[in-house]
Design a protein around this ligand. Structure first.
Ligand SMILES: [Zn+2]
Length: 541
């Protein structure tokens, strides 16, 4: 049988039972060429050129393979060449394109093939042209795949038919070249990749894997960050300033402005308002944060030790000084030296400190060589230095040397807006799963006068967190037995010599305020019944 003897009418049969068209023994399905244009368009627009061409080429390749096998089964061709040529006739008969082989060179034994030809009115180029302008690439992917599949089956070895120019690109007709891979100077890998759609799934799989890996990395980093945060927190406790009040906002604005300068700063405020926290904040904002922050509480160190602590000593300066020791001024080099409770500094030390601040150098105990001092000094006190000056307990010249830039932290009772956010912050540290505070408990915290300021609030919340566990914190959970009676307000109650009746009214009001308007608690303190309290509030006296 020769390829030229193929008869279209004999090729197409009918499945007598079901009435389907048959090609050999295989069922055929008919689509109009234009109905394929929808599919072509959707594929290109959703998958892009490369993906679409790979999918269509693979579809064509499979079809070409089956066609080659079934035609050889139906007719036994005289030679592989005839078998191969039948492919061109079948593609024309099937309506794909009018195919014409223009050159042909085949060595079946060596499995070598070089063929070229023309496709006229390729269906793929035709439907492309009907919808689009000139294509920038050859569009006849099914046809190329089909010819490749057919030729590969005949040769028993991969043949790659490539379209060299396409009608969709503006040529009069499509042209193709087909060669075995050796003749193309290419490899099986490259060939398979061209006809493979696996790479899409592979790419998706790779992306998914990369995504999972990135997620795991992020999780690991989150854990590391929280671990580092914990470590940092340990080394600098309370390093963040938590506030809601305008007073604190204004204060921090000032602090931020003075931080980058070298000015000596004096922080004033009651005990527990967070003077060291502010000093650390200034250090962190100073631009010298990588240098040390060194703190010393002048009231806590015995006077005899203070000098050697601050200035250091050389070996043999005194009994027990068996080696040189750096003083804190030198230890804080380029950083910040925080002198807390400076109002408690003994007078003789005040003289020495003044000298250091003036000369910017220290002489260690027992030494003769001065060491230069580069530390920024932040002093703090809860005492009224001007009063101390009047009493002769603090040197006026030292005061003016350290109070270059004074900052005042208001007591907590004067900035009640800060109480809820601070209380919640401390609660979250001690009981991260807590339900928070009941409204009554929060009202109580806001009305208490906090003689110990933030430190006292922190202690109260820590205490309550233990008692309340994960439940909401109630008033009963606070260490009320530790609550100081507001001694300093008591004299104010009577400072204007009010009548007894007025004094009683004021006192009841104060107790109620202190208890966060908890009448039962107020009655307990006042030693009266709720009815009496009610009556007294309604009709004082
Ligand atoms: Zn084409």
């Amino acid at each position: 049988m020769k390829a030229a003897d193929l008869n279209r009418l004999e090729l197409i049969g009918i499945d007598q039972k079901r009435g389907f068209p048959l090609f050999g023994a295989s069922r055929m399905i008919m689509f109009g060429a234009t109905s394929i244009s929808r599919l072509q368009e959707d594929l290109y627009s959703s998958l892009g050129v490369e993906r679409t061409k790979a999918i269509l080429a693979r579809f064509g390749y499979e079809a070409g393979m089956h066609l080659a096998l079934s035609i050889q089964e139906m007719y036994h061709f005289d030679s592989p060449e005839e078998w191969l040529m039948s492919g061109a006739i079948l593609r024309t008969m099937a309506g794909y394109a009018q195919e014409e082989i223009t050159s042909f060179e085949m060595h079946a034994e060596e499995q070598r093939l070089i063929v070229s030809g023309i496709w006229r009115d390729s269906f793929e180029a035709t439907i492309w042209k009907a919808k689009h302008s000139i294509a920038s690439f050859p569009v006849c992917a099914i046809l190329s795949g089909m010819a490749s599949g057919f030729a590969s089956t005949v040769l028993g070895k991969s043949v790659w038919v490539k379209e060299t120019c396409c009608m969709a690109q503006g040529s009069e007709q499509c042209r193709f070249e087909g060669k075995d891979l050796v003749s193309w100077h290419t490899t099986e890998d490259v060939f398979k990749k061209h006809f493979s759609v696996d790479s899409l799934e592979e790419r998706l799989r790779n992306t998914q894997e990369a995504l999972n890996k990135a997620k795991a990395d992020i999780d690991r980093q989150k854990i590391e960050i929280s671990r580092l945060r914990l470590l940092t927190r340990k080394s600098t406790p309370n390093d963040e300033i938590i506030f809601r009040s305008q007073a604190m906002a204004d204060l921090l604005d000032l602090a931020k402005k003075v931080a980058p300068t070298q000015s000596t700063i004096l922080i004033q405020g009651e005990s527990g308002v967070g003077k060291e926290v502010l000093a650390r904040y200034i250090h962190a904002q100073s631009g010298q944060a990588k240098h040390p922050f060194v703190a010393i509480n002048c009231a806590a160190v015995p006077a005899a030790l203070l000098e050697s602590e601050l200035f250091g000593y050389v070996r043999g300066a005194f009994t027990g000084a068996d080696k040189d020791k750096k003083g804190l001024f030198v230890a804080a080099d380029n950083g910040t030296l925080f002198l807390d409770e400076i109002g408690d500094l003994p007078l003789d030390m005040q003289v020495k400190l003044l000298r250091v601040l003036q000369n910017k150098e220290v002489i260690p105990l027992g030494g003769t060589l001065p060491q230069s001092v580069n530390a920024r000094i932040i002093a703090a006190t809860n005492r009224n230095l001007k009063d101390l000056i009047k009493q002769g307990k603090f040197r006026e010249d030292l005061y003016y040397r350290i109070a270059v830039f004074p900052l005042f932290i208001q007591p907590l009772r004067d900035r009640k807006q800060d109480i809820p956010i601070l209380a919640r912050h401390f609660l979250s540290i001690h009981q991260p799963r807590s339900m928070g505070f009941t409204p009554r408990a929060m009202r109580f915290l806001e009305s208490y006068h906090w003689p110990g300021n933030i430190r006292e609030l922190a202690n109260w919340v820590e205490y309550a967190a233990v008692l309340a566990g994960e439940n909401a914190v109630e008033i009963d959970h606070f260490p009320l037995h530790m609550a100081e009676t507001p001694k300093e307000i008591l004299p104010q109650l009577a400072v204007d010599f009010p009548s007894l009746q007025e004094l009683e009214r004021r006192y009841i009001e104060m107790v109620l305020q202190t208890c966060g308007q908890q009448k039962a608690e107020a009655c307990r303190i006042l030693g009266i019944s709720p009815v009496t309290l009610w009556r007294k509030k309604k009709h004082p006296g």
